[in-house]
Design a protein. Structure first.
Length: 399
């Protein structure tokens, strides 16, 4: 299928505009990584405890931070999660806040800090009690006088209450009596006597030790470098070294701009983002190989034309394929970015940025670099050939 019929666009004539754009994006990203947001590493890499909290009202980040400071939880990172109407905040504690052996206590520590002023003496928080604790309470209290089948009955009731709270009510109950639709009246009465509901509920907890975080940082960097090195070697054998160098430079350019944009936008880098970047390296390399393969074929067929004309013609000949594959892929990842939710936000954002950058780098970064090198080498050969025989030999020896 042809999207364009016989296009004749002077791509190399527009290279300076795109090279300038790449320079601006690259320098901006590097400056942000060095002096502004740095590289915003997610919990996967920096280690620590990350707790997703849902509130019954619009959360106040300043109050949350003040509560964290009162509990001696310094340097907590607080950021909105998902749509504003969800009233959810992501609270991250760096690994230095707690020792590695106590990281698993991060959830309880944050719950205790946020509960300041809300705790009721002798009562438990129904919004932040787990299934096991609730089941144990019901078995001890035994409001139904269940007898021998108490464990099974109260297990079912505790599970129904927790599921109703987390799945039906979004993680928080406004009142203890809200459990009435899924619990017998005697159970509701007992819970009302011994429980209260805070204005928040913990939805999810992620805990990564500092040692694991550092290992993941190292492995992510090595995975990226190994992928670039492997592709360089592959293209060296398939074409020649300059083709491999040009393609790897283009991929490094894509990676640098993508990471730089994450720094500028202050979006955390997680393991899923690294997976997206590795995917983009392969995607960009594949697009570059298609263009290079057509250039190699045309170099053999169009010996009398200049390399610039051959490269322009090759890019035009593969333009339909580039637009169709990149365009459809871009629409897919854009839909994922818009509708995929907060969990896939970083992954899909990396793909959206990378596909745009990777598509134009194959045309405006890798191809011009190839032409510049080949023309420079041809010019040197022409200078050597124009010299007298004795000087030509000396120049060759020096080269």
């Amino acid at each position: 299928m042809e999207f364009f019929r016989n296009p004749n666009i002077d791509f190399l004539g527009k290279k300076w505009f795109f090279l300038g754009l790449s320079l601006v994006l690259s320098v901006g990203g590097v400056l942000s990584m060095l002096f502004w947001h740095h590289i915003p590493l997610g919990i996967d890499f920096r280690g620590g405890t990350q707790v997703l909290v849902k509130f019954t009202h619009t959360p106040n980040a300043d109050k949350i931070r003040a509560d964290m400071d009162k509990a001696d939880l310094k340097d907590a990172r607080i950021q909105p999660f998902g749509a504003a109407v969800n009233n959810e905040e992501l609270i991250s504690l760096p690994e230095k806040t707690m020792s590695e052996t106590s990281l698993d206590k991060g959830r309880d520590t944050i719950v205790k800090a946020l509960s300041t002023g809300e705790q009721q003496e002798g009562k438990q928080d129904l919004n932040n009690i787990g299934f096991s604790s609730l089941q144990q309470y019901l078995m001890t209290k035994d409001p139904l006088h269940a007898g021998t089948d108490a464990e099974q009955r109260y297990s079912q009731i505790a599970r129904a209450i927790v599921d109703y709270r987390d799945k039906t009510r979004g993680g928080v109950l406004s009142n203890v009596s809200d459990v009435a639709p899924v619990a017998p009246p005697a159970v509701v009465q007992a819970i009302q006597a011994d429980f209260y509901t805070s204005d928040f509920g913990v939805r999810n907890v992620d805990v990564i030790g500092p040692t694991v975080g550092k290992q993941l940082q190292k492995q992510a960097l090595l995975a990226t470098l190994y992928s670039l090195a492997g592709m360089l070697i592959y293209l060296w054998f398939r074409f020649e070294l300059i083709y491999g160098v040009a393609a790897v430079v283009a991929c490094f350019h894509d990676t640098l701009i993508t990471v730089g944009m994450f720094s500028i936008l202050n979006v955390e880098m997680s393991l899923t983002v690294i997976a997206a970047i590795l995917t983009l390296i392969g995607y960009s390399m594949n697009d570059t190989i298609v263009v290079f393969d057509r250039i190699r074929e045309n170099v053999k067929l169009l010996r009398r034309e200049s390399l610039t004309d051959i490269v322009n013609r090759s890019i035009n000949q593969t333009l339909s394929r580039t637009v169709l594959t990149s365009g459809l892929t871009f629409l897919t990842v854009l839909s994922l970015f818009i509708f995929g939710g907060e969990v896939l936000h970083g992954f899909s954002l990396a793909l959206v940025i990378g596909i745009i950058i990777g598509t134009y780098s194959s045309i405006f970064i890798a191809a011009p670099m190839l032409v510049a090198y080949q023309e420079s080498r041809a010019a040197k050969k022409a200078v050597v050939a124009s010299l007298p025989a004795d000087r030509s030999k000396k120049v060759k020896v020096k080269a």
